[in-house]
Design a protein around this ligand. Structure first.
Ligand SMILES: [Zn+2]
Length: 181
């Protein structure tokens, strides 16, 4: 019965307290792990990983080069294009939709332009305006489709210039990526 006489929580029975070096450190130790990764496109936090892609910015000056002819236009475009290497978080599905989006969109636009060129050619050969109507009927929806298809699967780019790219994410809001020099 002697054991009953030993009071609980005597100092010598308690484990030593964790070492605390200063107040700040004490609070840092007890913070839960803060950020989970969220997809920059849809905001989900499952199957999210870092992915790298290139975002191009073409200076509007290059577009003015079109007045000088096609060759100066393409040369100016090459010279005045900034490529931003961006590494950010995507969920599996959004990355699958986005990774080849640029070429898919370009293909849709190309289809529309080809329809227009073919209809102009046929109109010229037939010396008639009606093939042109067909061309425009195909061209316009293709352009609109390309635009909305891109918008559906692309992260929301708010601002892109030669120095930075700003994306608006559903979780966390605006994120700006600066060009590394
Ligand atoms: Zn996503």
């Amino acid at each position: 019965m002697q054991i009953q006489n030993i009071p609980n929580y005597q100092n010598f029975q308690a484990p030593p307290p964790p070492p605390i070096f200063d107040e700040q450190r004490k609070y840092q130790q007890f913070q839960p792990p803060k950020q989970r990764l969220h997809c920059i496109k849809c905001g989900r936090n499952q199957n999210v990983s870092f992915q790298t892609f290139t975002k191009k910015y073409v200076s509007p000056v290059a577009t003015l080069g079109i007045f000088l002819g096609f060759l100066p236009f393409f040369l100016l475009r090459l010279l005045l294009t900034t490529k931003h290497e961006i590494s950010t978080t995507f969920c599996e599905l959004c990355w699958e939709n986005f990774r080849n989006l640029e070429s898919k969109t370009a293909l849709i636009y190309f289809g529309g332009v080809m329809a227009l060129i073919v209809s102009v050619t046929i109109a010229g050969i037939m010396n008639s305006f009606s093939p042109l109507i067909f061309g425009v009927i195909v061209f316009l929806p293709m352009m609109i489709w390309g635009f909305f298809y891109n918008r559906k699967y692309s992260p929301k780019f708010k601002k892109v210039n030669e120095n930075r790219v700003t994306i608006v994410a559903p979780v966390g809001g605006e994120i700006t990526f600066y060009k590394q020099k």
